[in-house]
Design a protein around this ligand. Structure first.
Ligand code: ADP
Ligand code: MG
Length: 382
């Protein structure tokens, strides 16, 4: 029997659980033409949710496209990926594609090739000057609206890791996207991102191009009840009953972050197959073991962090509520003035090592928390 727990790849099919409310809300919004910004820390399940969502739309006969901005390292690549995912995949037959090349995107001088797997792919010439590039990109974005209109179908486009637009094209690209997207009535957009403050800043600042362009949805964790059933069923299949204490411990050691829950469960499943009994102790032991295997990586992270920030990590590790700004704590851990604590915390957030949660601070990687706790004695001295 294959290990039923999946981590580090998109959770689809049987590996996907819960999210009913989120799916219903996003579906309703996007089907009615909304633009939505979907925000959560990394590894909460945005990409999996988007995949599921688009699959649902496709089954209903809508047109869909998924664009991962991490795949786009230049404007040319963005244009090529957009053409592939939005325009070519939605069209079938050479005639349609030829018309697309002839009528819709002539400015782009596209070279469309037939890949070995039968898929069409485009490479584009955006032109040399800034103006040429902007005109071509606008044309391209607007081609999506034209296509949806011609096909008489709603098109839903998901941009994943959307905060990358700031790196890719900065303000000019943002402005150009806004100018084009806001005129589209047959295309719905969902912009998803894991750098929460970056995306929130894009939507909430008056001086930014995406100001109030859409609704912001914060994606939370998966409901506890859904995970209880999901995990319970998978262990039951190998004859193991998951006691409530063990289940609670799984959620506690992983801070209930979907990726880490599946990661830990995957290891536990292997151990149980080898005859171990699933207890809260085994959960703790296994989580610690995983943290140990990451030691070289964690040491690498900590090496580059100044002492003050490392102390702060100790504090967060030892104080699960993550309330840093109390005089008591500052004195106990010799953290210095509260203003310095704030600066250090800000830097750790920026580095993606900590996240804000319910007004406090938590580790982005809960196994790093375990590792810091275990190695805490030696930390302060280095
Ligand atoms: N709905 C879900 N059901 C079960 N596991 C999930 C779900 N969503 C995410 N996960 C777990 O979290 C991991 C990361 O999911 P992903 O969609 O890549 O997150 P993100 O895009 O937010 O970084 C997946 O590999 C899987 O282990
Ligand atoms: Mg993702």
């Amino acid at each position: 029997m294959n290990n039923p727990f999946v981590y580090g790849e998109i959770a689809v099919g049987a590996a996907f659980t819960g999210r009913k409310k989120e799916l219903a809300d996003l579906s309703r919004g996007l089907e009615s033409g909304e633009r939505i910004f979907l925000i959560s820390p990394r590894r909460f399940g945005k990409t999996s949710l988007l995949t599921h969502l688009l699959e649902g739309f496709k089954n209903k006969g809508l047109l869909t496209a998924y664009i991962d901005l991490y795949r786009c390292a230049s404007m040319d690549q963005l244009a090529a990926v957009f053409t592939d995912e939005v325009l070519l995949k939605a069209e079938t037959g050479f005639e349609a594609v030829a018309r697309l090349a002839r009528e819709t995107i002539p400015l782009l001088r596209p070279k469309i090739t037939l890949e070995q797997d039968g898929q069409l792919s485009a490479s584009l010439d955006l032109g040399k000057s800034r103006n040429e590039q902007s005109a071509a990109l606008s044309e391209l974005f607007n081609a999506a609206e034209k296509m949806a209109k011609r096909r008489k179908k709603r098109l839903v486009i998901a941009f994943d890791e959307f905060q990358e637009v700031t790196v890719l094209g900065g303000e000019p690209l943002e402005k150009l996207m806004r100018a084009s997207f806001q005129t589209h009535h047959n295309v719905s957009y969902v912009f998803s991102g894991s750098r929460q403050h970056l995306i929130a800043d894009m939507v909430n600042s008056r001086d930014r191009a995406f100001y109030k362009l859409g609704r912001v949805v914060f994606l939370g964790k998966i409901a506890e009840g859904d995970f209880r059933v999901f995990i319970g069923e998978r262990f039951k299949a190998i004859g193991i009953k998951v006691e409530e204490a063990a289940f609670k411990r799984i959620l506690a050691e992983t801070n209930a972050i979907p990726y880490y829950v599946q990661y830990l469960c995957s290891f536990l499943w292997n151990k149980c197959r080898e005859g171990a009994k699933l207890t809260a102790d085994l959960v703790y032991e296994t989580a610690t073991h995983i943290a140990d295997t990451q030691a070289p990586f964690y040491m690498g992270i900590l090496e580059h962090i100044p002492l003050r920030q490392r102390r702060l990590l100790q504090v967060v590790a030892q104080n699960p509520e993550g309330k840093l700004y109390s005089r008591e704590i500052a004195e106990m851990y010799k953290l210095g003035p509260l203003s310095t604590v704030q600066v250090s915390a800000g830097l750790l957030l920026k580095k993606g090592i900590l996240e804000k949660e319910n007004g406090g601070y938590v580790f982005s990687d809960p196994f790093l928390r375990i590792w810091v706790l275990k190695n805490i004695g030696s930390l302060g001295k280095t």
